[in-house]
Every structure is written in C-alpha cells, then in structure tokens.
Design a protein around this ligand. Structure first.
Ligand code: HEC
Length: 381
C-alpha cells in the first residue's frame, strides 16, 4: 500500500467509512494466532469457560442450561423457545463458546458465540430469522451492516435494534468504544445478537473487539472465534481490530454516550453499494431463471435491473467520495458501470443466448470483487 494513497485517503473518511485505527498498533503480528487454549488473562468476572453452558438441552427437550452457580455476572441463558413441554425438535439453543463450528437456524446463518449470551451471525431473514433469535432468548440486536435494520420486525418479536455500521477495513477507536458500551449495556438486559450481512467478517470482528474490550475473552481468543466465524484472512483490518482490543477501564466505557440509534442512515456511497448489491442479486436470480423473470419475483424487469446497476455505479463514480480517491477508483466504477450497460443493452436487444448473457454478468461480478480486493478489504482507503 502506498503511503501517499493512504494519507490522501485518510482525509476522506466519513462517519460510515471508518478509519482502521487498529491496524497500525499490531501490524507486525503474524496473522495466525496460536490456538486459544492458553489461559486467558481476561479480567472480567465471567470467564468464557467452555462448560458453563451445555451445548443443547439434550434429549429432554427442556433447553434451559445455564451455569446457575457460576459468577453472578453471567446472564442466564434460556434456550427453550416456548413451553417446557415443547419437543426437542423445536428447541433453538443459543450457540455457546463450546461450539467449534458455526450454527444455522431458520433465517439465521453462521451463528457463533463470542461470550455466553453474545452471538455473531448473519442478517435475520424475515419473520423466521427474528423468530429464531427470539427463541434463543435474544433481547437486543446490534447491526454493524450498512443496510437499514428491520426495526419493526424486531419490535414485533420483542427485540430492540442498535445500528452501528462498520466497514470491511475495520473501525476506529470511537466506534470500538461505542460497540463496547452498547454490548455491555445490552448484555446486562439479556442475550445479544450482533450481525452484518453474511455474519462472517464484520460482525465477527466487531464481536471479537467488543468482547475483548470488556475482558470477556483475550484478543487471541477473539481471533480464534473469528476463524470459527470464517472471517477471511484478506480482512486484515478486522483482524487487526480484534488483536488490538484489550480490556477498557470502566470509566472509559462509561464516558461513551449511552444512547445508540436503532437506524443510522448510511452515506450516499455506502447506500449506493447496498443498492448495487441488491440489483446484482436480482440479476443472479434472473440468470438462474434462465434469463427470464423469476417466478418468485414477478416484479423484476431484467433489463431494468441491469440499467439500475449501471446508473448506481456511475452515480458512485461521480460522488464526492470517489473524487477524493486516486483516479483509478472512479475509473473502476465507470468500467463496472459500462459492463452493466453492456448487459442492459443485450437484454434490451432481446439476446437470448444464456451463455453470452452470463458472460456479461460474470464480468460485472468480477469487477465488484476486484475493486473490493483492492479498495475495500484492506485499510487502503
Ligand atoms: C471502485 C471500487 C468498487 C467497485 C467497482 C464496487 N465496490 Fe462495493 N465497495 C467499495 C468500497 C470502497 C466499499 C466500502 C464502503 C465503506 O465502507 O465506506 C464498498 C462496499 C460495498 C458493500 C458493503 C456496504 C455496507 O453494507 O457497508 C457492498 C454490499 C458492495 N460494496 C457491493 C458492490 C457490488 C455488488 C459491486 C458491483 C456491482 C460493487 N460493490 C462494486 C468499492 C467498490
């Protein structure tokens, strides 16, 4: 990474494009931490001991399993979704620190615990997703994603939202403290679920950093949990944030303003990316339907989705954010926009050769990924 790019880019940071402040402090550490089996030095009352919560309610179907006699700081984990008589099949057990693999539930994917009653995972999908969280006993949902949280669905299931978006390159000290206070205060009221989109990268990094900042786990344990979540090694900024997080003094956490928004409007650029992502998702669904209108999405007009994508990308290329980057950033977006236009033109012309259309879609997708590798995944902007 060129220093000059870095410096120029630092000036462009906005509230949602957060500085990967963590990166510098621990740069020289190897990416692979040791296993987390060494004794933790965490200071909090509650050790994330593996056996405090059993992995399931076993075959009894009564899923209540908390370490009743353990440290008082532990929030009891209730895992029975309904009456105690419910059959085992319907029980949803909250993931625990003992799990070595992510768990999937209806409408929830990649759920991994970072402390007892503190779980990272994917964005809840519709009613089913929120019902699964409710069944786990979740009381508060923290989103670090750019998309607007579904606060109404959460409320319907008795949960509240806190929205603290972060980027893929990590987050600054302010955001770390906010995540830490939000997590601590919410956890005092009951189990907390933290999510981004897929629940693999950003929410994992945020959960690891907050849990370490609270002294619930060590930084090494946080990094090990991120590997369970499947955080890609390319997200060096997120790993750096997890490694750099050490227990914060109570006074430091208390100094963070205690009220957090249920919805933070993303900047125009980030919202553009979220919308572009949706248009691309629609095009993939159209491709799967044989380049026809998908039966489960009769409202989609194939050429219009490609056109919308082209417009969004051009709009982002012309945004203030792009102007502050070296020129190849905007050029990347323009190229990507032209590729979307090529697909739009082919669809408007009624071209029906699926292989040709798929080739055009692949080119778009490849450009998204290439640019993210260069500009988003690392703290290079
Ligand atoms: C010019 C390079 C570039 C191109 C091309 C690009 N992106 Fe992005 N994208 C970024 C950057 C930089 C971010 C991080 C923005 C931030 O966090 O401030 C981002 C963020 C995102 C996000 C995350 C938004 C959030 O919730 O925080 C999604 C989703 C996304 N891009 C999808 C796409 C898709 C789909 C395409 C292709 C159609 C695409 N991007 C093309 C640079 C690019």
């Amino acid at each position: 990474m060129h220093q000059s790019i870095r410096l120029a880019a630092l000036a462009t940071l906005t509230a949602t494009a957060l500085l990967a402040a963590c990166e510098s402090s621990n740069k020289s550490r190897p990416d692979q931490p040791g296993a987390s089996s060494t004794a933790p030095a965490a200071s909090a009352a509650s050790q994330p001991s593996s056996s405090s919560v059993s992995a399931s309610g076993s075959s009894s179907g009564k899923g209540v399993t908390a370490s009743a006699t353990a440290q008082p700081a532990l929030t009891p984990i209730t895992v029975a979704p309904g009456k105690a008589t419910a059959p085992a099949a319907s029980a949803v057990s909250i993931p625990t620190m003992a799990d070595t693999k992510p768990k999937d539930f209806q409408g929830i994917h990649n759920a991994v615990a970072y402390h007892d009653g503190y779980v990272s995972g994917s964005m809840p999908e519709g009613e089913a997703g929120f019902a699964s969280l409710k069944a786990m006993g979740i009381k508060t949902i923290i989103s670090v994603d750019g998309a607007i949280p579904e606060v109404d669905l959460a409320a319907k299931h008795g949960m509240t939202y806190i929205h603290l978006p972060i980027g893929y390159s990590g987050f600054d000290d302010t955001r770390k403290k906010e995540l830490t206070r939000a997590t601590r205060d919410a956890h005092a009221k009951g189990p907390v679920y933290i999510h981004c989109h897929h629940g693999k990268h950003r929410s994992a990094g945020a959960a690891a950093a907050a849990a370490s900042s609270l002294g619930w786990i060590t930084p090494d344990q946080g990094v090990a949990r991120m590997k369970v979540s499947g955080t890609a090694a390319a997200y060096t900024g997120l790993y750096a944030c997890a490694r750099a997080a050490t227990p914060l003094d109570r006074a430091v956490i208390d100094a963070v303003p205690a009220s957090f928004p249920p919805i933070s409007r993303p900047s125009g650029f980030v919202q553009g990316m979220v919308d572009a992502d949706l248009a691309l998702e629609h095009l993939v669904a159209i491709e799967k339907a044989g380049w026809k209108v998908p039966t489960n999405h009769p409202d989609l007009v194939p050429a219009a989705e490609a056109g919308k994508l082209a417009n969004l990308l051009r709009f982002m290329a012309e945004s203030d954010r792009s102007k502050k980057h070296p020129v190849d950033f905007a050029a990347f977006l323009m190229k990507n926009s032209d590729e979307a236009t090529a697909l739009e033109d082919a669809l408007v012309a009624g071209k029906s050769n699926a292989a040709d259309l798929s080739k055009l879609l692949n080119a778009i997708n490849t450009s998204c990924k290439d640019c993210h590798t260069k500009w988003r995944n690392e703290a290079a902007y």
